[in-house]
Design a protein around this ligand. Structure first.
Ligand SMILES: NC(=O)c1ccc[n+]([C@@H]2O[C@H](COP(=O)([O-])OP(=O)(O)OC[C@H]3O[C@@H](n4cnc5c(N)ncnc54)[C@H](O)[C@@H]3O)[C@@H](O)[C@H]2O)c1
Length: 451
């Protein structure tokens, strides 16, 4: 059987999961024919890392030449793992040249991006897949199972709070994400995962969004208000100004090899100070979202919490379900002031494969009945086994899944429509209906299939 021919664009950290799959467990069905990165040092790094595996030596190309590469090398599918603002151009090029596009979330950052991708998909007849790995976490699947079973009746409202800590949350303020033009802000870059979860949990579609928020912790103005004083230019230095917010790329083998040692090619610094001037994304966000079914969501995102995780409460006509997840109990400091993670910070939690403490609890309570805890199956591997299932869906596909976790193009559009409407709401100070967005042919699928 001939293998499906792939090209991949953007060999940063996210690409690793796809490259690893084509080098190993899915090498029988997927062949990486060509790959591209604007930084040749990152291609060298991965080439070395996967030497001797089934990945072989793919052809290198400039991403501007994606169309020609797809045609010349008869590429079937293009995987896009570049920064968010580049997704639309690359997906359109792949589709127009006759390949399917597999795009990391978020699908794109703008209304125009959706319009262009949907026009190219319609004209070419090729498919677009957005990969939403959070759906595959056993705990998130467990909540979907509860809601799908009808145990709490019809959903009337959702309360969803997500907190990012001063290690992971801070990272969005060090690199390309901190410019809204690159990432669309956290409402697009990060929350599209969360909005997709709610759309999928509820099998519903968003119709109206009101958003409020701002940059209240990171950035130069906030640092000045809190009297933080002079700051280091970057984390990977021996500056005495370094502190718990400084990331030293030299201390981690992958960060050093993929970024620090490759700066000479493109000057990209991945460890800039989170209290720099010029940061244009928000770090505190609150939304009210209405859904087609009549349900409402209150949502909040905070990017400077002392712990990381989320709580989601779903109210229904027959009861309520509550999922509480602690992904990291605390970011602590060692005696040198460097950030460390103490596995005992949340002793009640279990530890994941990277040694991080995790605790998760799903409780369902029907009216006039005691609460019961729902067992969450333990998975192995990244995201509790979710990554492996996601990769099977991407590379092999076709399997039956009663939870419908494989995301469609519609799901990609639907999830970022909340962030796009939210961003417009932040600018205009009023609720924005999702049908006000200029999505082109994609507008037709926005509400399709929702209950
Ligand atoms: N699903 C998830 O949980 C998850 C996690 C991390 C990242 N992501 C997504 O993956 C994508 C990549 O994120 P990352 O963290 O790997 O970023 P990154 O900065 O580490 O990697 C991006 C790579 O793309 C390259 N690049 C930039 N513009 C390019 C172009 N025009 N042509 C070719 N290469 C180009 C950069 O040199 C870099 O190597 C983003 O869209 C992000 O939202 C998803």
């Amino acid at each position: 059987m001939s293998r499906t021919r792939y090209a991949l664009v953007g060999t940063g950290s996210r690409a690793q999961m796809y490259l690893g799959a084509m080098a190993d467990e899915h090498s029988d069905v997927a062949e990486l024919v060509a790959w591209s990165d604007t930084n040749p040092g990152r291609l060298d790094w991965y080439e070395e890392r996967f030497r001797g595996t089934a990945l072989g030596t793919p052809v290198r190309f400039e991403s501007d030449a994606l169309r020609e590469i797809v045609r010349e090398h008869r590429i079937d599918r293009v995987i896009v793992t570049t920064p968010d603002f580049t997704h639309a151009d690359l997906a359109v090029a792949a589709l127009e040249a006759g390949a399917d596009a597999i795009v990391e979330k978020p699908l794109t950052t703008t209304e125009e991006g959706i319009r262009r991708i949907s026009e190219a998909a319609q004209a070419s007849g090729r498919s677009v897949t957005v990969t939403f790995n959070y759906r595959y976490s056993p705990r998130n699947s467990a909540l979907r199972r509860v809601l799908q079973s009808g145990e709490i009746g019809e959903v009337t409202s959702v309360h969803f709070e997500w907190v990012l800590d001063t290690a992971h949350g801070a990272d969005y303020f060090r690199r390309w994400h901190r410019d809204k033009a690159n990432s669309g802000g956290l409402l697009i870059h990060k929350s599209s995962h969360h909005f997709d979860l709610v759309n999928w949990w509820l099998r519903d579609a968003p119709t109206r969004v009101y958003a409020s928020g701002g940059l209240r912790f990171y950035g130069a103005e906030n640092a000045e208000k809190r009297g933080l004083g002079e700051r280091p230019e970057r984390g990977s230095s021996d500056s005495p100004l370094r502190d718990a917010f400084s990331l030293d790329l030299r201390a981690d083998e992958q960060l050093r090899g993929l970024y620090y040692e490759q700066e000479r090619h493109d000057g990209y610094l991945r460890d800039r100070d989170v209290f720099d001037p010029g940061i244009t994304i928000e770090d505190n966000l609150a939304l009210i979202v209405d859904y087609l079914s009549g349900a409402t969501m209150t949502y909040s995102l905070n990017a400077h919490s002392p712990w990381e995780g989320y709580t989601v409460a779903v109210n229904g006509t027959a009861g309520r379900a509550e999922l509480t997840v602690i992904e990291r109990g605390a970011v602590l400091l060692d005696s040198d002031g460097k950030t460390i993670v103490d596995p005992s910070a949340r002793p009640e939690g279990v530890v994941d494969e990277s040694g991080r403490p995790v605790s998760e609890k799903l409780v369902v309570q029907r009216h006039f009945e005691p609460a019961r805890e729902v067992e969450i199956p333990a998975g192995t591997g990244g995201h509790g086994g979710g990554d492996a299932q996601l990769l099977r869906d991407v590379f092999v596909g076709g399997g039956e899944d009663e939870l419908a976790r494989a995301a469609s193009w519609t799901d990609g559009v639907r999830s970022i429509s909340v962030g796009l409407a939210g961003n417009r709401s932040l600018e205009e100070g009023r609720p924005i209906r999702t049908d006000e967005l200029g999505l082109g042919p994609a507008a037709e699928v926005l509400l399709e299939g929702a209950r």
